[in-house]
Design a binder for this molecule. Structure first.
Ligand SMILES: Nc1nc2c(c(=O)[nH]1)N[C@H]1C(S)=C(S)[C@@H](COP(=O)(O)O)O[C@H]1N2
Ligand SMILES: [Mo]
Length: 320
């Protein structure tokens, strides 16, 4: 593994996410144990447990129909600090094999309820040890469509840091679930029992601990940038992106630090992609202003003001 320790590269802040599809150069790289270098001829994917068993070589998977899915990709943040917002997010175009179709062919046992996915990486993390990075997923999400075994990112072959030769992509779920350097899929009746499903990546109750799966409603301000200087009396626009597992129904913007909010114009939901919002604004007085934005999901859930992964994003600007 290269290097033999975790990797955390965050090349873009929210105000740099100007493109609808995030260029790969702006995409963060996160790896708990380092980056495995894989020889494609030695590599294969095993499907077992309550399915198969089947084994696929890389050339067999690459020969299958390629599905393209545009989806938000968001890191849940440090699993030791689940309430800290990090706003590591991107909107990407993945290309790969439709996993539900592949499993149908492999044949699955009706008792199966969870998909366990294994990465080639493992080691020590925060007082725990594991042979492999293992995550799990309820099969109900698989039935929801578009879960991929991805071998392309933004139209190019996956690079080593993003999971070459194959990674899971679970649109609508936090990035931690999209296992890179995938080598095994196991179907089981119960949840996986490794540290990354039982110890880390669970949000506290009440009522019960919840696995960090579905994306909570969230929005980021792209423009104006932090500490931008805007001219009083000149039209400006506050814009950015909003997303959640089930899509966003409304975005509200505040220009007084979150005291009062007003509705922004919002693009309709398109698959698993993020939705653009825009809010025209004409600053009226000189000084400072704190802009804030909150997204409201279709089920009515909204963003907490603070102390949460998806806390409201605020940006300070100067008015002259
Ligand atoms: N095998 C493996 N897969 C992994 C990880 C990892 O450490 N090992 N990190 C996860 C986390 S926490 C995130 S946020 C995403 C990051 O994907 P990216 O580096 O391609 O942006 O990969 C996920 N998949
Ligand atoms: Mo992450």
């Amino acid at each position: 593994m290269d290097p033999a320790q975790g990797v955390r590269r965050i090349p873009a802040a929210p105000h740099q996410l100007t493109g609808r599809v995030t260029p790969t150069a702006q995409l963060f790289t996160l790896a708990h144990f380092g980056i495995p270098r894989v020889d494609p001829l030695q590599w294969s994917l095993t499907i077992d447990g309550l399915a198969g068993p089947r084994r696929f070589r890389l050339d067999e998977l690459l020969a299958r129909p390629k599905r393209i899915v545009e989806a938000v990709h968001q890191c849940a943040g440090n699993p030791l600090e689940p309430a800290v917002p990090t706003r590591r997010v991107a909107n990407l175009r993945w290309g790969g094999v439709d996993l539900a179709a592949l499993l149908d062919e492999a044949g699955t046992d009706p008792r199966a309820r969870f998909l366990w996915s294994y990465g080639l990486d493992g080691g020590g993390f925060a007082g725990t040890r594991c042979d492999w990075y293992v995550k799990d997923l309820p099969l109900a999400r698989l039935a929801g469509g578009d879960v991929l075994l991805a071998h392309e990112l933004n139209g190019a072959p996956l690079s080593a840091e993003h999971g070459y030769p194959l990674r899971l992509v679970v649109p609508g779920h936090y990035g931690t679930n999209s296992v890179k350097w995938l080598w095994r899929l196991r179907l089981a009746a119960e949840r996986a029992d490794g540290p990354f499903t039982t110890t880390f990546y669970n949000d506290p109750g009440p009522p019960a601990r919840r696995p960090v799966w579905a994306l909570a409603p969230e929005a980021v301000i792209v423009a104006p940038a932090p500490d931008a200087v805007l001219a009083v009396g000149r039209p400006a626009e506050i814009r950015g992106w909003a997303w959640s597992f089930g899509g966003i129904e409304a975005v509200e913007v505040s220009t007084d630090g979150g005291a009062r909010f007003a509705p922004a114009a919002l693009e309709p939901r398109r698959g698993w992609a993020w939705q653009g919002f825009a809010f025209p604004w004409q600053p009226a007085a000189t000084g400072e202003a704190v802009l804030a934005v909150r997204a409201i999901a279709a089920d009515g859930s909204a963003q907490p003001p603070q102390d949460a992964r998806n806390a409201i994003h605020r940006v300070r600007v100067f008015l002259r």
